[in-house]
Write a protein that binds this ligand. Sequence first.
Ligand SMILES: Nc1ncnc2c1ncn2[C@@H]1O[C@H](COP(=O)(O)OP(=O)(O)OP(=O)(O)O)[C@@H](O)[C@H]1O
Length: 324
Amino acid sequence: MLTVENLSFAYDTVPVLKNISFTIQKGQHIALIGASGCGKSTLLKIIYGLMDVDEGTLFWDDQQILGPAYNLVPGQENMKFLSQGFELQAFRTVEENIGQYLSNFEPELKRGRVNELLEIVEMTAFANTKVENLSGGQKQRVALAKALANRPEVLLLDEPFGNIDNFRRSSLRRNLFAYLKRNKITSITATHDKTDILSFAEETIVIHNGEIIEKGNTLDIYNNPKNYYIASLFGEVNELPIQSVLPEKQDSGILLFYPHELQIIDNAILTARVKKSYFNGNHYLIEAVFKNSIIFIEHPKFIENSKEIGIQISAEIVDARLQM
Ligand SMILES: Nc1ncnc2c1ncn2[C@@H]1O[C@H](COP(=O)(O)OP(=O)(O)OP(=O)(O)O)[C@@H](O)[C@H]1O
């Protein structure tokens, strides 16, 4: 179990993380989300033991995680940190890089392990290619395989799929998380991409300005976002005054809805005017003006600019949001 208690950290005098506490069970997959600059990478580096904290303690089971002031070689032995810059040896092949820290005593075993890792990251065809001749996304995949090579207990991933094209990203993500689950490897993934989160992280931690503002079951956080900031980390979000949705209610609060929760129908009580339709593949994202504010709605068809549309939100969703 990873236990982080009352952790605070500042670069020089600028506080970056404030009073962070959480625990992660062995084998769990956690997403770390928050706006750019909120402190995600810094937290991963501290967990890995690359920096000394100003306050607080960190433990992996009963072993305290200490920073460079206490460790000659910073970095936890049983963890791997895949940072945004990958530490690969440019003039050596993919195979050599992945196997760099594997024992040479049993060459068959080593070969088998490297082949298994090449398959996980879908790089078998590049086994003998020098790293300097790879694309950014391919390097990222090699770095991932190298991080897994010595079977870490904890994998810390900083935007792990950032450079990888969509075509590969989905299968790589599925392969990786299935491998981590099978091998009971704990993971913490700092990410901006909601597809990294929704299917693969059981729990999510939300950071805002260096503080944890939400943590819990990923689907609960997505389905019941406590505020606009949290909802917006999952994509576009509409912030509608309660009275604009339910005019009969004497309530000055606001409700949050994702674009797919709004429906465009004929003869609705609520109306909006279309500003632009954005093609998104399997749907259009309709930008419209509703009571002087911009809203976004997912819709299967293109709608011309300036057209008046009717909007409906299911009573079930409105009720769920009212109860939050
Ligand atoms: N070495 C450093 N020295 C001083 N300030 C730093 C250093 N590294 C990061 N910071 C600052 O600390 C804050 C948190 O940075 P961090 O990289 O942890 O954010 P992040 O949430 O990972 O951002 P992103 O999502 O853009 O990667 C930022 O304001 C950043 O400018």
